[in-house]
Design a protein around this ligand. Structure first.
Ligand SMILES: [Zn+2]
Length: 74
């Protein structure tokens, strides 16, 4: 997915039903946590997040998996 596709998916209602889980991950710069697109945690401000392609990419960037949605187990 390119950047625009990921942002469109992030903004979409389908994010909440898990359609995009495994396609990209939401990494929150302020907390150092990354989530599945369907995570029920409150969505952070757009300027505080980046959308990454894989668990490996998130881990390499220094993010830790969310304890609510367990993106590393999906
Ligand atoms: Zn989460």
């Amino acid at each position: 997915m390119n950047k625009e596709e990921k942002w469109n998916a992030y903004d979409s209602e389908t994010r909440k039903d898990g359609s995009w889980d495994g396609r990209f991950y939401i990494a929150v710069k302020t907390t150092g946590i990354f989530c599945l697109p369907s995570c029920k945690a409150r969505p952070p401000l757009r300027k505080n997040i980046e959308l990454l392609d894989s668990v490996d990419e998130c881990l390499t960037a220094g993010y830790r998996p969310c304890k609510r949605c367990h993106p590393d187990r999906a």
